[in-house]
Design a protein around this ligand. Structure first.
Ligand SMILES: C[S@@+](CC[C@H](N)C(=O)[O-])C[C@H]1O[C@@H](n2cnc3c(N)ncnc32)[C@H](O)[C@@H]1O
Length: 223
């Protein structure tokens, strides 16, 4: 394994803003479940997740703009999470944390109504049909989110991938979720500043290639 990865993994062990639990402990019960605001963060305030956060640029960018909200970035890749943990640690940010886990286990981490919003930023598109269940906006994942997202909670999606965007629109329609807004090219529209000012690592790459960035937000049905 590359040296820098080993270094990052060992430094990850020292970050108090990173939670990484063995599978057996997750299944037994995540200690912060239902207590993120009181036991992990300094302040009791709304909680927002970014799923597949990579290096955490979006989580950190949102957290800087919204000190009145707590943010958790979630990803399985420790070497990427290291970047977000280190930056937010060095900057003394109190409203940011990270979880290293498979998002397949995300409903073990939060109790009912604990989360206000979810951001999904540039998810792996999983284009092969037999991998559709692995898409982060598949019915399987949306049902997991429903277990802890507040009733009027919002799911945001930013992606360069038109097929993934269209797939998500289809799922929203088919399962009776409520589409609140959609835009196929946010950098050539009058979308709000926050949407275009914070750019993730992958977003920058796609913008350099001249690809339009799609965005939508929706609320989960109540069924
Ligand atoms: C294309 S990258 C995007 C990263 C970041 N959001 C960005 O825009 O720069 C997708 C990220 O999602 C993470 N990811 C994909 N599926 C996942 C899963 N099932 N559980 C945890 N992380 C996952 C990957 O590890 C990767 O870091």
């Amino acid at each position: 394994m590359a040296k820098h990865k080993l270094f990052r993994f060992s430094e990850n062990e020292t970050f108090s803003n990173l939670i990484q639990l063995p599978y057996t402990e997750v299944i037994k019960g995540v200690p912060f479940k239902g207590k993120w605001n009181t036991d992990f963060f300094d302040k009791e305030q709304a909680l927002i997740l970014e799923l597949g956060c990579g290096k955490g640029e979006y989580t950190i960018g949102l957290a800087k703009r919204h000190p009145e909200i707590n943010f958790l970035g979630v990803d399985v890749k420790g070497a990427r999470l290291w970047r977000g943990c280190k930056t937010s640690n060095d900057e003394g940010m109190k409203n940011v944390g990270f979880i290293r886990t498979q998002i397949e286990l995300i409903d073990h981490y939060f109790k009912k109504d604990e989360v206000s919003e979810i951001w999904i930023t540039f998810p792996d598109p999983q284009p092969k049909e037999f991998k559709a269940r692995k898409r982060l906006s598949s019915p399987l994942f949306l049902n997991r989110y429903k277990k802890f997202l507040k009733k009027d909670g919002i799911v945001h999606l930013k992606t360069d991938n038109t097929a993934f965007f269209d797939y998500t629109l289809e799922i929203i329609k088919e399962f009776g979720h409520k589409l609140l807004f959609q835009e196929r090219d946010i950098y050539n529209s009058d979308c709000s500043n926050a949407l275009v000012e914070i750019q993730t690592f992958y977003e920058k790459k796609y913008l350099e290639l001249g690809q339009p960035i799609h965005y939508l937000r929706f609320m989960l049905n109540e069924k």
